[in-house]
Design a protein around this ligand. Structure first.
Ligand code: 5GP
Ligand code: ZN
Length: 115
């Protein structure tokens, strides 16, 4: 069995605050939120990062993107939100199970990157 922390969350071995689940996708609140809404959306099938995606992941990742938009609306992000996928060393990825961050709240978010 995978020791990957997000695989363990998907399997229910580590508790999480679930907001959505379907055949391909699991979504839960980030444990250390940086915005009023901070949800992580992951494919149930383990893949290390966006750089590791292949054609076999197309259906799951398509489902993930559609679900993310629905989850954002369900979380009250009716006037916009931000999605981020950090990848690899340069992207400062911390958890090597691909995940999409949904960030939002009542007020506009800070600039994505400072110049
Ligand atoms: P990354 O930097 O890899 O894009 O983001 C990893 C995210 O996972 C961070 O925002 C961090 O707070 C979150 N995270 C790490 N471990 C856990 C955990 O055990 N449970 C939850 N819900 N979030 C986690
Ligand atoms: Zn995993």
């Amino acid at each position: 069995m995978s020791e990957c922390i997000f695989c363990r969350i998907v399997r229910g071995e580590i508790p999480s605050k679930k907001v959505y689940e379907d055949e391909h996708v699991y979504a839960f609140h980030d444990i250390n939120p940086v915005a009023p809404v901070h949800v992580l959306v992951v494919p149930k099938q383990h893949v290390d990062s966006m750089a590791h995606l292949t054609a076999e992941h197309e259906a799951a990742m398509g489902r993930l993107m559609v679900a993310a938009g629905q989850i954002a609306r369900d979380q009250g992000c009716t006037d916009g939100f931000r999605t981020i996928i950090n990848t690899g060393r340069v992207g400062l990825q911390e958890v090597y199970h691909l995940h999409l961050h949904i960030l939002g709240g009542a007020d506009p978010l800070p600039p994505m990157l400072t110049r």
